[in-house]
Design a binder for this molecule. Sequence first.
Ligand SMILES: Nc1ncnc2c1ncn2[C@@H]1O[C@H](COP(=O)(O)OP(=O)(O)O)[C@@H](O)[C@H]1O
Ligand SMILES: [Mg+2]
Length: 471
Amino acid sequence: MAGNERSLDELTQPSKLRFDDLVDRSLLGEMAREFFAVFEVPLRIYGSEGVLLAEATDEIALYAYLDSIPALRSKVGETIRAVKTLPVGPTGEARYDCFSGAAYRIVSIDYDGSPLGRAILGPYCAAESQGSLTSLAASGTNVDLGRAIHHLAELKSLDHVSVARLGRYLKRNLDSLLFAGHRALLTSSMHLASVRESYRELSDKNAKLQHAYDRLRELDRLKSNFLATVSHELRTPLTSVIGYSEMLAAGIAGDLSADQREFVDTIRQKGEQLLELIKGLLDLSKLESGTLNLRKAQVDACPLVRDVVETLRPMALKKGVALLANTGDEGIPLWADAGRLRQVLLNLTENAIKFTPPEGSVQLSVALTTVAMKQRDEPGHAILAAAEREAVEFRVADTGVGIAEAERERVFDTFYQIDSSATREQGGTGLGLSIVRRLVDAHDGMIRIESNFPRGTIIIVTVPSRRVTDG
Ligand SMILES: Nc1ncnc2c1ncn2[C@@H]1O[C@H](COP(=O)(O)OP(=O)(O)O)[C@@H](O)[C@H]1O
Ligand SMILES: [Mg+2]
């Protein structure tokens, strides 16, 4: 039925149905052969345009003989035409008596009131007129009547009533075949139509999504450009503001009163905060555009950790948070841009102190471990085959407010802060972790967040210990 597809609309209109649409030809052929095997009456099934769909018969010696007599050849042809075209009338049935003495039964096949074709049963030898060759005898040809009678007797002998019954039996069988066929056809066409519709909808949505995605990317690029330009333009004047306030504080422009000194100090402090923010934005735009160059080298991880702890000790002291470093005695090899990794640890530790209440503690530790490193250059590479690599694991553990499971992905988003009211009190911009995540990625490392027991957060960063050589 492929290649000859009909619309669902056509298939629901019986007048537009074809025999072929409903019943498979091979199935029909099989049924006809079975019919012939059981009843010994030849059977042909024609479609509405007179196409032969199925046929089951042996060679019929009677017709072979009659056809060999030139004067009768046209009469044989007439019989063939007649059984194919004879009108069946309102009963849907007809009988045709051939000049040869054989008979045929014609049964029209309809579906839901629309004609689909006809079945022709015969030739058979009618029991009622057994061996009657009146018309043949009258044909006035030199036919050998004895031979004709002999061949006629080879046909199945049945009375007309039995053949009519056979015809009705056949019709009922075909009806149920057609009905089952139609149902299957409708189901599959409907299925096909609904699949087509879903596919069309999906393609539509895909196109819209792609459009939205392209637009977002473009906006994102514009935003990064904008950030880079603005940050750069802000940095220069801000450096002057800080520089001049430092000079004022140092008394270069004359002595200052206590109040003046305090104000100038505030100007300097706020200026430095602003500068940090601008540096963060610049870093972020460089990381986003992939233009940040890392100068990786083989370094020792322990001094890095100690340096971060020393740098933030005043902040921890001021807040009353205990700050501890756990580095062991021996060196730990690390393949990294030391300055950038220091920035990562500073950010994480600063957060830890910031989100830990007084009396709490923050602990930094570093240790050598092995991990299955990501195979960045070979997408689809089985993770099982990924080599176990030596890596350095940094842990920043605090006893602070903690980060709920549901927030552990979002805190890495640019400008995201969990509780904006509480964090406003804490200061900050929500840039830190998004820069950290990108820096760790640039080191081919990994970062994850866990809960500390009984309260607080542990942030774990893993970075390769040695240079990853390809191949
Ligand atoms: N150690 C931590 N404990 C609890 N919450 C944290 C911790 N570190 C980060 N967060 C949460 O993640 C948010 C994003 O962190 P970050 O990007 O560094 O921004 P910022 O520090 O400027 O607020 C913080 O605002 C805070 O809500
Ligand atoms: Mg931060």
